[in-house]
Design a protein around this ligand. Structure first.
Ligand SMILES: Nc1ncnc2c1ncn2[C@@H]1O[C@H](COP(=O)(O)OP(=O)(O)OP(=O)(O)O)[C@@H](O)[C@H]1O
Length: 196
């Protein structure tokens, strides 16, 4: 699903609520049928880590960590055994097309490669939902397409992706686009199967 709308229309506010990052709202939000409004910050960060993946416009990688270490971060507190962790990280590195780059630092990578690392980090815990805030906002057209192809594959494999974008071409990848204005949804283009 793509979320579009002018600057200041409420896109970030909406995805912050969807991503359990903002609890200060009226109304009701259910994630997997559960309301997390009165949940402690500690538990919320656990739920975010277990169930959600985040991708940002500016990648937000740890600059002193290499590719492998960046992707491993969400697993640090997970109960997954060490050899399974290694396997999972290697799997997602393969999935995003970065095999061989494990030891590189973010500064040695292109923008597109850095976003691939961010996507690998977002999917290493196998979340059902990925929230992406302008994931192609810092990338050129060709690289944006490559990133959207990765998202398309993940979506076809069963992961829901909700992304904010200003780019109509990027929104074309979504099955549903909602348009927001002044904090309200004013148009919902559902199930047009633009990918067909
Ligand atoms: N549904 C809403 N009801 C009331 N206030 C809202 C609502 N949605 C957003 N706002 C307020 O509107 C302001 C702008 O919202 P937000 O930053 O989410 O916009 P945005 O669309 O992400 O903008 P940009 O594209 O510039 O990042 C914020 O101060 C936010 O608190």
């Amino acid at each position: 699903m793509a979320i579009m709308g002018p600057s200041g229309s409420g896109k970030s506010t909406l995805i912050n609520i969807l991503g359990l990052l903002d609890q200060d709202y009226t109304g009701e939000y259910l994630l997997n049928d559960k309301n997390y409004k009165d949940t402690s910050d500690n538990l919320l960060s656990r739920i975010r880590g277990d169930q959600l993946g985040f991708v940002f416009q500016n990648f937000k990688l740890l600059t002193t960590y290499n590719v492998y270490e960046n992707i491993e971060v969400p697993l640090v507190y997970s109960k997954t055994e060490q050899h399974n962790k290694l396997e999972r990280v290697e799997d997602v590195i393969e999935q995003v097309g970065l095999a061989g780059k494990e030891k590189s630092r973010p500064s040695e990578l292109s923008g597109g490669q850095q976003q691939r690392v961010a996507i690998a980090r977002a999917i290493v815990n196998h979340p059902k939902l990925i929230i992406a805030d302008e994931p192609t906002g810092a990338l050129d057209t060709k690289t944006s397409k490559e990133i959207m192809d990765i998202f398309t594959k993940l979506n076809q494999a069963g992961t829901t992706i909700i992304m904010v974008t200003h780019d109509e071409e990027v929104a074309q990848y979504a099955m549903r686009t909602v348009y927001i204005r002044d904090g309200r949804l004013y148009h919902d283009a559902k199930d047009v199967f633009k990918n067909d």
